[in-house]
Design a protein around this ligand. Structure first.
Ligand code: GH3
Ligand code: MG
Ligand code: MG
Length: 349
């Protein structure tokens, strides 16, 4: 990990011994199988020797570990909602920001409310440990007093495993609460939140925000003619194509049954219209295979595009895109209309 003092020359030789006691470790290696492939730990300690020791121990037992000597840098790493760490292990005593302050800081971020944090302390002094637990640390561990103490290692690794497992489950739960299980796109709950965030960002930085509401035409007929499974196949395929065609900064949401809302941050009407028109052509241009890929089915979509205006709320912005979509349906489907200047207009040629 990437802090100034991590560029010191590592002295692995003096600490490499820490993991030799593998055989005596009381925790069965098999128990760590899940961790070996998935759990990511952020280890925070101002002492380079400690970082090297613990990193070696944790890596030896299959955890992916990143280390830093600077708690405020750790807080920065934990700030993006998708930081990807499942457990933080932090020393309590550090010269600038200490372990308790790190716990306090990270618990203020909503996405870190369930992130397990294990604090490491040299002394079992309640006056030191209790405030960090009160600040939201999940647990504490006394630092190893004797090097290679197998009992200490067994206990430490068992605690790490349990907390990492909780971190993995919390991540899974978070993902499930944000995604639609059929299409794997973001669901409406997350979409609504993202829309609020994008509106806030757009206003704060004075940048455009466009949205498009898209709906598959005559989708009910797919279900009625080919069965519900075929309908599901179409939804999955359309979702996957939309996700593939959109840019990383865009956000594709399953808004309702066969309705998709796409957010285009930092995008004005003209650009958004061009992108969505390409989506419409490509979706209509190659048939979707349903019923175990045996049956090609032509589909078309209609859409309405709107851009954020000064008086808009999230609801009014989506409502304008919806009214343009409604007109697109009314006027023949397989088309895109723009809600602009208080009117609904076709894409300019
Ligand atoms: P329009 O062109 O006006 O949009 O007509 P439509 O048939 O696409 O729209 P309508 O609202 O009449 O029908 C939508 C259908 O989508 C009805 C509903 O049963 C179906 N649907 C909604 N969610 C799902 C789903 O998850 N799977 C499947 N297979 N069908 C779904
Ligand atoms: Mg429809
Ligand atoms: Mg519909």
């Amino acid at each position: 990990m990437i802090t100034p003092d991590d560029h010191e020359t590592p002295q692995l030789g003096s600490f490499g011994d820490v993991c030799r006691s593998e055989d005596s470790c009381v925790v069965a290696r098999r128990d760590f199988n899940f961790a070996m492939t998935q759990a990511r730990i952020l280890f925070v300690d101002d002492s380079l020797p400690m970082r090297l020791r613990y990193e070696a121990l944790l890596r030896k037992h299959g955890f992916a570990v990143e280390t830093t000597g600077d708690a405020s840098w750790a807080l920065q790493l934990l700030t993006p909602p998708d930081h990807g760490f499942h457990l933080v292990i932090s020393d309590l005593y550090m010269p600038e920001m200490d372990g308790r302050a790190l716990v306090e800081g990270l618990r203020k971020l909503p996405h870190n409310k369930m992130l397990p944090v294990l604090v490491l302390t040299g002394s079992p002094d309640w006056e030191d440990v209790v405030p960090s637990l009160e600040a939201g640390a999940s647990d504490y561990v006394l630092k190893e007093r004797q090097e290679h103490d197998p009992q200490w290692q067994g206990e430490f690794l068992a605690r790490v495993k349990n907390h990492a497992q909780t971190g993995l489950l919390a991540e899974q739960l978070d993902r499930m609460s944000r995604t639609d299980s059929l299409t794997d796109l973001f669901n409406r709950r997350h979409g609504t939140q993202r829309l609020d965030e994008e509106i806030f960002r757009s206003r704060r930085y004075g940048r455009g925000l466009a949205v498009c509401l898209m709906d598959i035409d005559h989708f009910k007929k797919v279900n009625d003619t080919h069965g519900h499974q075929a309908g599901d196949d179409v939804l999955i395929e359309v979702a996957s194509r939309l996700a593939e065609m959109s840019r990383e900064s865009d956000c594709v949401i399953r808004w309702g049954g066969e309705e998709f809302l796409v957010l285009f941050p930092e995008t004005e009407m003209e650009e958004a219209a061009g992108i969505v028109e390409r989506f419409r052509r490509e979706l209509g241009g190659s048939p979707v295979c349903v019923n175990r890929q045996l049956f090609p089915l032509e589909i078309t979509v209609s859409g309405g595009v709107a851009v954020l205006e000064p008086q808009d709320t999230a609801e009014s912005l989506v409502a304008r895109a919806d009214s343009a979509l409604y007109k697109a349906k009314e006027s023949g489907r397989n088309k895109l209309l723009l809600a602009q200047f208080g009117e609904v207009l076709p894409i300019p040629v």
